[in-house]
Design a protein around this ligand. Structure first.
Ligand code: FES
Length: 201
């Protein structure tokens, strides 16, 4: 079972932080609640092997990002505002790979929003340079500490790579490619499954 870290609270942390409950804790919870939960919770071993992770998104507020763990990596789920989405087109000219042709993502994720549902952005929070985890810098322009022309995005503090709000890398960054998008599917409007898609990835 994976707990979620609210990036709005921990935004200043450079490294990603995942809180994973112990297998004993999950088993204890399942034991109290009955055999259904015992079969529903993925075991610690299954999680380590890459079992899919169900993420509830119905409580996510506009502009909020949460982080979950999948295969030992931080996975972001960002609920983008209309302003965030509208800004994606403006930065195309200053991106390395605006159409993500050379970047790793499932075929069902296309367009500059790089998502199945534009409002929800799901991405591996691992820099394509040397593997640090970038920080969400969602404030735009003068409200940002990234400079007056900052369009909102992600910043990797290790060697100053910058990405937009679809994790597309800006020219001049050491990162060679956009951040990866993991396989995922929507189980319902309220739950997205990371690590699994309709092809059973
Ligand atoms: S690891 Fe991100 S810029 Fe180097």
């Amino acid at each position: 079972m994976t707990a979620i870290v609210n990036d709005q609270v921990d935004e200043k942390k450079r490294r990603w932080l995942i809180v994973t409950t112990s297998a004993a804790g999950a088993a204890a919870a399942a034991g109290v609640a009955g055999p259904f939960l015992m079969s529903w919770f993925p075991s610690a071993r299954a999680l380590a092997a890459g079992a899919p992770v169900e993420v509830p998104i119905d409580k996510l507020e506009l502009g909020q990002q949460i982080t979950v763990e999948w295969r030992g990596k931080p996975i972001w789920v960002l609920r983008r505002t209309k302003e965030m989405l509208d800004g994606l087109e403006k930065v195309d000219p200053v991106l390395v790979d605006p159409e993500s042709k050379a970047s790793e993502q499932p075929t069902y994720v296309s367009g500059r929003a790089r998502s199945i549902k534009p409002e929800y952005f799901i991405c591996e929070g691992v820099c394509t340079h040397l593997g640090c985890s970038p920080t969400l810098k969602k404030e735009i322009g003068a409200a940002s500490d990234m400079g007056a022309d900052w369009p909102g995005g992600y910043y990797c503090p290790c060697h100053n790579s910058r990405f937009d709000l679809a994790a597309r890398v800006f020219k001049g960054s050491p990162a060679p490619a956009n951040l990866k998008i993991p396989p995922h599917r929507y189980q319902t409007d309220a739950v997205v499954v990371i690590g699994e898609d309709t092809k059973g990835a």
